[in-house]
Design a protein around this ligand. Structure first.
Ligand SMILES: *[C@@H]1O[C@H](CO)[C@@H](O)[C@H](O)[C@H]1NC(C)=O
Ligand SMILES: *[C@@H]1O[C@H](CO)[C@@H](O)[C@H](O)[C@H]1NC(C)=O
Length: 362
């Protein structure tokens, strides 16, 4: 009872903080000043972290951030939010420091990320070790992932369709591990976390190629009983966004929206190429989900089709059929993530081939 109400109060606090920022943003462009002056909001975040989180990430000031990144010397990547730098904590642990650009305004994504990820502790989700919140200066400090993002390993223009660079075995294990991470987020306890931007760029690999879900900027915390969600406009990434995220005609946004993105991603892992290449307009290009659906439905020989041996065939078949179930247009027809894990891990189970999925991304 007590724990429940504490979590409730915390969720409300975070929501209020977010709402405050949004309102302020729409009023004027003083959000930077707002964050500088009203330190009360900073107190709110810290109070939230203290109450709701067992291992709260440590707070650092900006000069700490500068020191740990060696004055932002080693840039690892870049996103809409700002840059990611390599860094080192005082105890010598390597970290990735995501510094949010000042133009990111209201701090909504920052708050989402701190709040969502602070609630997680799972081997397939990146760990947030600390953060910086000093006026308009904001940064997030994560464990360092030496092998970068999954994107680096799945696309290869020169490779035959369906011969993944990492090999089938590794591909299959990575797919299962990501499914476990996502299942954990969705299962939640009092709050469920929807990631809403699952894609290869947001899956990071550690030194043993163990995948971890990252980038919770768009994530939503939601009460388990809450049946509808309001999203402020469609966000996410073309090629992975579930149809209901950009048009309510397809249904409500839910954990099934992450399932869709996951399905698109594992089909790309199978194909070794993007399902939708924004740069290519030719209709003669094969849309892999349709192409593979046709062949698998006709019980075509995957071994011949994808040029693989018998052992790989079983793994590939599972990934394909599960992926095709995940990208069904109707959210109700997609499996939940726990079912995905079962289907992928099941040994001799023959999974039924789903109906043809329609291309639904804009
Ligand atoms: C930043 O925090 C460190 C301790 O982590 C402290 O030694 C230092 O004086 C602080 N710097 C500023 C500018 O507040
Ligand atoms: C993955 O990371 C490990 C540890 O840093 C490194 O030894 C290995 O070369 C990396 N593998 C690839 C393919 O980059």
């Amino acid at each position: 009872m007590y724990a429940g109400s504490v979590v409730g109060v915390c969720s409300i606090t975070v929501t209020l903080v977010i709402l405050c920022c949004l309102r302020k943003k729409s009023e004027s462009d003083e959000s930077v000043v707002f964050w500088n002056k009203k330190t009360k909001n900073v107190v709110n975040i810290e109070a939230f972290l203290k109450k709701c989180v067992s291992i709260a990430p440590k707070r650092y000031n900006f000069s700490d951030i500068k020191k740990m990144t060696n004055s932002f010397k080693d840039k690892l990547g870049q996103g809409g939010y700002g840059y990611v730098y390599k860094g080192k904590l005082p105890d010598d642990r390597l970290v990735a420091v995501k510094v949010l650009g000042e133009s990111t305004g209201n701090g909504e994504e920052f708050l989402n990320e701190v709040a969502s990820i602070s609630r997680t502790a799972h081997v397939n989700i990146v760990t947030l070790l600390g953060f910086c919140f000093e006026g308009s200066k904001r940064a997030l400090i994560y464990e360092f992932m030496p092998n970068g993002s999954l994107e680096k390993y799945i696309y290869d223009e020169n490779q035959l369709i369906g011969s993944p660079r990492l090999g089938w075995e590794k591909n299959y294990h990575i797919a299962i591990a990501i499914a476990h991470g996502l299942e954990y987020l969705h299962r939640g306890c009092n709050t469920q976390i929807l990631h809403l931007d699952i894609k290869p760029q947001n899956i990071l690999l550690d030194q043993d190629f163990c995948p971890k879900i990252s980038d919770f900027g768009l994530a939503k915390l939601c009460n388990r009983k809450e049946s509808t969600m309001s999203l402020l406009g469609a966000r996410g990434t073309v090629g992975y966004i579930a149809p209901e995220v950009f048009s309510r005609n397809f249904g409500i946004v839910s954990h099934k929206s992450d399932v869709y993105s996951y399905g698109m991603m594992i089909l790309e892992m199978v194909a070794g190429r993007k399902n939708i290449d924004a740069g290519l307009q030719h209709s003669s290009e094969i849309y892999f989900p349709h192409w593979i659906h046709k062949h698998i439905e006709l019980e075509g020989d995957l071994k011949l089709l994808l040029n693989m041996n018998k052992a790989s065939e079983e793994l590939a078949r599972k990934m394909i059929v599960v992926g095709l179930w995940c990208i069904q247009s109707n959210p109700a027809n997609r499996p939940s993530m726990d079912k995905v894990v079962d289907m992928l891990e099941g040994s001799h189970e023959v999974i039924q081939v789903p109906p043809k999925p329609f291309p639904s991304s804009p």
